[in-house]
Design a protein around this ligand. Structure first.
Ligand code: ACO
Length: 429
């Protein structure tokens, strides 16, 4: 196997270096393509374009593999906690006991948010989507927590990571409480990361919240499964915005905005809305499958399909198990679960879905787990954002530490009008 590929343009041959990843993935290094050939590459949606070399997450979409820092996501879902997985993603290794303890103390130390931020929330229109609120709040954190000149750069960055990881939970729960017109619940140092969030969401002066360890476990797994997914839309947004050397809060806020879209993190909400529509229309998924297959109908089966996975999303299998376990434990039936199972069964047998390699993705069963935990539907994308935060931070850190880090500035092939003169208003048709 050679270490270059050849490109022949207008009869001239150019040597294009090959880059080989640790799992044997190969790519063409076209960094000098334009300067040497005058050509650029065109790849709408970037499906064939690597924007960086990364040692954080490995995915194999054909085999359905997902690993964080080399560790299979199945093992992390079984044995780890979200807090420990966050540490792993950001620092590259699993923590020792002492490191994990220090990390927890730091998260606790930064869990409160400035009281003045509450008035921000309160002046938001009632009914505003919490993703828009959280994105603004994260951006606003910079104003409330400006840089600390007396700290070393490394120390300041680590504090910023902890602030983000810890405060995003507090902000998310705060937005929910304020939207209900209820009293905000403060974080507690005696509770774990996930239990603390659930308590801030559901504790009330009239009905104290009793932490249910099974729900805590389910939330841990949900967040672990969402913690990173290499160069997806929101992560690329964090890297792109970060490449302008903007502060980390602004870069993460951009990631949250990207994640809001129904083709990305908004899909978990869209899945439940779709399942509810099927339920309300009598429970037969067939008309919905027919619409998803109709080229003239923009409708898609939400929670199906993935840009990278051309087989089962490994996270979908894990979250389905969690879904079954939680509902069983709670002795609760969700009328949307049989609808989801029926829809999946029909779609997986349908030649359209088989031919297009469309399998359930992580969002397909995630919404039912969140419903079981008690999370309101408009908070679903926020739950995804909290989970994805360690990945965004790790990816931002990796790009910031990369000596080859450059401002993102893609090119285009211009297809507009040729030069023409400005026409005065009176002469226009
Ligand atoms: N339902 C019906 N048809 C679909 C679906 C779907 N969910 N997904 C893709 N297709 C079809 C397209 O119509 C297209 O068909 P055609 O080639 O006959 O025209 C073909 O499959 C390829 O579709 P693209 O949009 O080009 O594929 P892409 O890789 O860009 O799409 C995406 C990936 C956006 C996730 C898509 O599968 C989708 O819209 N899924 C539904 C939304 C969803 O569940 N998003 C969550 C993704 S996972 C995550 O972000 C956590």
């Amino acid at each position: 196997m050679g270490d270059t590929a050849q490109l022949i343009v207008d009869g001239k041959t150019y040597e294009i270096p090959l880059v080989v990843g640790s799992e044997g993935e190969r790519g063409l290094d076209i960094a000098r393509l334009r300067s040497e050939t005058g050509l650029i590459t065109l790849d709408p949606g970037c499906g064939n374009t690597g924007l960086c070399q990364s040692s954080i997450t490995f995915m194999d979409g054909e085999k359905g593999i997902l690993r964080y820092r080399g560790i299979p996501v199945e093992q992390l879902a079984e044995h780890s906690t979200f807090r420990e997985t966050a540490y792993l993603l950001i620092n590259g290794e699993l923590p020792t006991e002492a490191q994990l303890r220090r990390f927890s103390v730091r998260l606790n130390d930064h869990s409160l948010v400035h009281e003045d931020m509450r008035s921000f929330f309160e002046s938001y229109p009632r009914g505003a989507h919490p993703m828009g609120m959280i994105s603004s709040m994260i951006n606003a954190l910079r104003a409330f927590y400006p840089s600390i000149p007396e700290r070393s750069e490394e120390e300041e960055i680590n504090i910023t990571f902890a602030r983000l990881l810890s405060k995003v939970r507090t902000l998310a729960a705060m937005s929910y409480k304020i939207s209900l017109g209820h009293k905000v619940v403060y974080p507690r140092h005696d509770l774990s990361y996930c239990a603390n969030f659930l308590n801030m969401m559901f504790d009330s002066p009239v009905k104290p919240y009793i932490v249910d360890e099974d729900l805590v476990d389910a939330l841990n797994v949900f967040w672990i499964l969402h913690a990173d997914h290499e160069q997806n839309c929101s992560t690329s947004s964090v890297r792109a915005v970060g490449s302008a050397r903007v502060n980390l809060y602004a870069a993460i806020s951009a990631g949250i905005s990207a994640l809001w879209g129904p083709l990305h993190g908004g899909a978990n909400q869209a899945v439940i809305e779709m399942l509810q529509e099927i339920y309300d229309s009598g429970g037969d998924p067939a008309p919905f499958i027919a619409r998803a297959k109709d080229r003239n109908d923009p409708f898609r089966l939400m929670g199906f399909g993935h840009r990278v996975y051309k087989t089962f999303d490994p996270r979908a299998r894990i979250i389905e198990k969690v879904c079954n376990r939680v509902l069983k434990k709670l002795h609760r039936e969700d009328p949307l679960l049989p609808i989801a199972k029926k829809l999946e069964e029909v779609a997986l047998r349908d030649s359209y879905f088989i031919d297009h390699n469309l399998y359930p993705n992580v969002d397909f069963y995630a919404g039912i787990v969140l419903r079981a935990i008690g999370i309101p539907i408009n908070m679903f994308p926020v739950m995804f954002a909290i989970g994805r935060l360690p990945g965004w931070i790790a990816q931002w850190k990796e790009s910031a530490d990369d000596p080859k880090w450059k401002l993102y500035r893609p090119r285009q092939i211009y297809a507009g009008p040729l030069k023409r003169d400005y026409m005065p208003m009176g002469e226009r048709a």
